[in-house]
Design a protein around this ligand. Structure first.
Ligand SMILES: [Zn+2]
Length: 329
């Protein structure tokens, strides 16, 4: 093992020297693509098929596996060092964490990576990977990739006792620390895992998903059902704008963006009361739909065709009624 680590280190130096003097060429492209592919968890077969389909030539099998060996060792070293440092910074305190899953593709992903971040230090405390062919996922959940986040969260927090792998809860316990609050998305099955593993911790939804249910969705319903010409014009404006830019989303996306910027402004101003966020969002949103973009963080560039709604019209009144408690408007 020791010999192999030394060999890997020598190999790493050789590859780094080679990379430093690399001229742009097919060979350089092949090496860079190999590194990029590894960071996303792509296999030799997948990358090779991609190169062939794209007419980019041939990827050397031996080089790929040589690179992979170095890459894996280095990645594991960096992971171990940074998570150990993150755990040490959590020592003797209540820890407020955020968890989420990331998939390698948007549908039916092979890899699901669950990450836990310490919200006070913004450092990754722990990470776990569940693949589509995971034995437990296959046996208990019929290989459902939706369930891989749930299984991943359970393992990351609770560990895998059968394989003697401690989870984050245990790792923190050995440092006299414990999880006090978990913030995550709207996955109710994750709620079940949290209730079981961390019955005393606060279980929170992240702002983005919370907004989706409380503000974006009701507004979307309103704008979809209304006959108000002013609101219809606004919705049409956003649809066209998004289509022109070839982007998904519409009125709801605009709403989310404004909420997000209001949250960022609160954070920058050190405002922690939810009412501050409400006030900022409501004020910014209403000014925006009425055509005043002075509070929109400089991100709005609506142009002359923006169909601003009138402050004394029915559209304005129905939006105010929707976002109750709008005394700040
Ligand atoms: Zn605006």
């Amino acid at each position: 093992m020791v010999a192999s680590v030394h060999q890997d280190a020598a190999e790493e130096t050789r590859l780094a020297e080679e990379a430093a003097t690399m001229e742009p060429s097919d060979d350089a492209l092949s090496k860079q693509a190999t590194c990029a592919a590894m960071s996303t968890g792509m296999s030799y077969e997948t990358l090779s098929a991609f190169f062939e389909a794209a007419g980019l030539g041939h990827i050397g099998k031996t080089s790929f596996y040589e690179f992979q060996k170095v890459f894996k060792v280095k990645t594991m070293e960096v992971y171990r060092e940074t998570t150990e440092a993150a755990l040490d910074r959590a020592r003797n305190r209540k820890v407020y964490v955020a968890t989420d899953a990331q998939y390698d593709t948007s549908r039916n992903g092979y890899y699901c990576v669950v990450t836990v971040i310490d919200q006070d230090t913004s450092m990754v405390l722990h990470q776990g990977v569940v693949t589509r062919v995971d034995k437990e996922l296959q046996e208990k959940h019929n290989g459902s990739t939706v369930m891989s986040e749930v299984l991943g969260t359970r393992r990351v927090l609770g560990g895998e006792p059968a394989r003697h792998r401690p989870g984050l809860i245990e790792k923190l316990q050995t440092r006299s620390a414990h999880i006090d609050e978990v913030v995550h998305d709207n996955n109710i099955k994750v709620d079940t895992v949290l209730r079981e593993l961390l019955p005393n911790a606060v279980n929170s939804k992240d702002l983005w998903h919370e907004t989706e249910g409380k503000i974006v969705e009701p507004t979307r319903v309103l704008v979809a059902s209304t006959n108000d010409p002013e609101i219809k014009a606004l919705v049409a404006y956003y649809l066209k704008k998004r289509q022109d830019a070839n982007l998904p989303g519409s009125f709801g996306a605009m709403l989310k963006n404004h909420f997000y910027h209001a949250a960022a402004a609160c954070f920058a101003a050190g405002e922690t009361d939810p009412m501050h966020l409400h006030a900022r969002f409501v004020t910014t949103f209403f000014r925006h739909v009425c055509g005043d973009h002075s509070l929109c963080c400089g991100k709005c560039d609506p142009g002359g065709d923006f169909p601003a709604i009138k402050r004394d019209g029915a559209a304005y009144a129905s939006l105010v009624a929707l976002l109750k408690g709008t005394s700040e408007v």
